[in-house]
Design a binder for this molecule. Structure first.
Ligand code: ATP
Ligand code: MG
Length: 350
């Protein structure tokens, strides 16, 4: 499908706070690629809490419709109100549902001191994004001894298989080709047992032995976190149900420093949306000091998912060079440079 694409239509949703500063940076990085990608068309779209405050909707129908005409999108960040606001619900959560973006893919990579050296951390967390405890079916009852709260945890074979397939596909494109299944089936043998078995099943049932070259490991979630901090180099692709994936991906991000560096994509079978891991950072918004590198890397990751690995590599290596040289960095990385200066430096390298 990749080779056949004549042009690439990219939805841009900066949304709130520093999203408005870092999404234009991601766009500029893609535009700088020139011939390594098809002809580009960008579509500016609205969503977010600031929009909700103005118009009473955080995700207008026209934004969803326009996205359905796009090949991919870049999302900035939404501010989350501290108190519950009537009528407001998170547009990013809604978009994941509407576009069936069932996987959250988060590569965590350290930058080696010298170009060409192996990074000490180079892994990808592939988190299931639609079920587990996030089905949010909670009840509370009263008994003689006090209240009792219960939550339902849903694990389906279908969702576990498709996230497994996503993990294997990602592993195939990486040199080590290893997938570690994260679970707790020593305690939750039914739900986590089904997850583990379904992910393994993807490999066994693949036609033409597509995944024969991918090594499957597994790890109980608690010891996985321990080993992640002690010896992160043992991991390549980690695949996990929603809640474990949430915790592991934040923990892994801590291994490589600033939130301003970590990219992600929300991916489904027909659509991919890049999104920096950080939020809208209201404390630094509008000051031209937000680190644009997480968004720029999210653009690269989005391109990689669409099959444009060469373009993605060019962006990633430009970012790595700027970090390694350490001359032009935003304050979160100990630098003194403005967002715009960092962007200019990355564009020059691309
Ligand atoms: P939100 O509700 O949107 O998540 P937040 O207040 O939790 O907002 P985050 O964006 O999650 O803010 O950021 C947490 C901290 O990290 C803030 O102090 C913020 O300034 C800093 N930070 C986040 N992203 C960046 C970035 N791209 N560059 C520099 N600092 C950042
Ligand atoms: Mg936050």
């Amino acid at each position: 499908a990749t080779a056949a694409r004549q042009s690439l239509k990219v939805g841009l949703i900066p949304a709130d706070g520093i999203g408005k500063e870092v999404i234009p940076a991601a766009r500029a990085a893609i535009e700088a690629l020139g011939s390594d990608i098809p002809k580009l068309e960008f579509v500016d779209l609205q969503a977010g809490f600031e929009l909700f405050a103005r118009r009473g909707t955080a995700l207008p129908e026209e934004t969803v419709e326009a996205l359905q005409e796009c090949n991919c999108a870049l999302f900035g960040a939404v501010s989350s109100p501290i108190k519950k606001v009537t009528g407001y619900s998170s547009p990013i959560v809604a978009l994941r549902k509407k576009l069936d973006l069932y996987a959250n893919v988060r590569p965590v990579v350290s930058v080696a001191a010298n170009a060409g050296d192996k990074p000490s951390v180079d892994l990808v967390v592939v988190r299931e994004n639609t079920e587990c405890l996030y089905v949010k079916q909670e009840t509370i009852t009263s008994s003689e001894t006090g209240r009792e709260a219960r939550a339902t945890r849903l694990i389906t074979e279908r969702a576990s298989r498709r996230i497994g397939k996503m993990a294997f596909e990602i592993a195939l494109k990486r040199p080590r080709k290893q997938v570690t299944i994260i679970h707790k089936s020593n305690v939750l043998s039914v739900t986590d047992g089904l997850f583990r078995e379904s992910v393994r099943g993807v490999s066994h049932s693949a036609e033409d032995g597509r995944y024969d070259g991918v090594r499957i490991e597994e790890q109980i979630v608690d010891s996985a976190v321990y080993r992640l901090f002690r010896e992160p180099q043992i991991y390549d692709v980690m695949v996990a149900p929603n809640l474990y994936g949430d915790i592991i991906s934040d923990a892994a991000a801590a291994l490589v420093g600033s939130l301003g560096l970590v990219p992600s994509v929300n991916a489904g079978d027909n659509f991919v949306m890049g999104e920096p891991v950080h939020g809208s950072a209201p404390d630094i918004a509008g000051q031209d000091i937000a680190n644009p590198l997480a968004s720029i890397r999210s653009a690269a990751l989005m391109l990689r998912h669409l099959g444009y690995g060469r373009g993605a590599d060019r962006i990633d290596s430009a970012v790595d060079t700027v970090i390694r040289e350490g001359q032009v960095l935003t304050p979160d990385l100990g630098g003194k440079s403005k967002t715009q200066e960092v962007v200019a430096e990355v564009l020059k390298r691309i």
